[in-house]
Design a protein around this ligand. Sequence first.
Ligand code: NDP
Length: 463
Amino acid sequence: MAGESEYDYDLFVIGAGSGGVRAARMSSNYGARVAIAEGDRIGGTCVIRGCVPKKFMVYASEYAKAFETAPAYGWTIPEKPTFDLGAFLCSVQEEVSRLSGIYRRNLHNSGVEMMEERAVLEDAHTVRLTKSGKTVTADKILIAVGGRPNEPEIPGADLAMISDDVFHMTEVPKHMTIIGGGFIACEFAQVFRGLGADVCMIYRGDIVLRGFDDDVRTQVTETMKKTGIHLYTHATLDAIEEKDGRLVCTVNGGPTIETDSVLMAIGRHPWTDGLGLEAAGVELDENGAIKVDEYSRTSVDNIWAVGDVTDRLNLTPVAIREGAAFADTVFGDHEIAFNHENVAAAVFTQPPVGVVGLTEHDARQTMEVDIYRTVFRPMKNVLAGDESRTMMKLVVRRSDQVVVGCHIVGPDAPEIIQAVAIAVKAGLTKRQFDQTCAVHPTLAEELVTLREKYVPDEVHSLE
Ligand code: NDP
């Protein structure tokens, strides 16, 4: 804990998103004098323009399938249901505001001083608030400003939306074009398909979700095509033009796609522009992320950084844990570095993806593995005549039978993977999975009843 100080604050946090808020509150609870600056609404990307409103949109779009399959379960739907995006997103914004208010109250209750304007560094101990022009000093500084969507330098790029804009749309476009094949592109492609749009994706690779296990990627790609999403692979967007109230996208130097709305989802970058990092001497890596050590300390002794601005594992719970580890280490009573291994992740496609640990491909680079895999039609789908499949896969290190990876595409995969992540993080073996009695009838029971090793060459299709 810092004692008497020549500075205005013991800690100044720049950015009130998931990582910054957690670090500020915990540091203040440890007794530090803490201020936090935020140029937008309190809550950051996750709460204001990311995970939270996105998940509501996923819920909204899932109703489409529920209406479609309801008759198989004895229901009569009187007339074609309609959807009002504008009204729905107003409700979402109300909830976002409520959550932002909770973040604000929590900061206040922890004794953190809030400054609702953007802050930039003047030097390693001085921060300037850009609206009021006020400068304050702090013994320690934590940068938690997150990231921003990438925008391509192509003609007409300004005619496209970025993910932030989606949450302010007023109607579902008849035709929507999404650029990219990552988390955001896949999630929104299925959201808008579910909401009734004709959706096409323009992706420079061949199968979506690069970095995920190949079986996950194949399964998601095939499901998207089956739900009617037009996926253009090996395709690059060259330009967007406005013509007669529509947008015309030129792809691969020739063919054009006429559309009503274009969404760019081509990755995000650390938001370090104009933050004064050079003035403070904070070093960046080749991708523009703030370089940090395992304790999130930057190249400057009294400055730390957590969350997406460090581009380690860009997930909300990770930023929170990095922020907590910072507070424990710097102002608390124990030194702790957050361990980025075996962090579970989810992609809210329909059906969703849940993964933890190594992909089969990555595991095979360093060890001999046994693979257990099943592809089946979930019980609910059988009665509904829905052909979509669930895929579950365990990657097991052959030498000691430890489960080093689990990959699921199917209903409730994100919920299931949270529990599996405990087992994988704990280093449990396949035998310990097998000793666990199944819960029946569930999808997840497959994870403890997989007996046959999967031989990739024999079966490779997920049909
Ligand atoms: P991703 O990194 O997931 O995907 C970016 C996609 O855009 C990839 O398909 C990539 O292709 C493609 N791409 C990159 N650059 C270009 C380019 N110049 N031209 C054309 N295509 C390009 O980024 P997202 O924007 O989808 O999401 C950003 C991050 O936000 C995620 O990485 C994740 O950390 C976080 N996020 C997490 C979610 C969750 O937890 N469920 C949900 C949404 C976001 P290629 O595959 O060839 O590299």
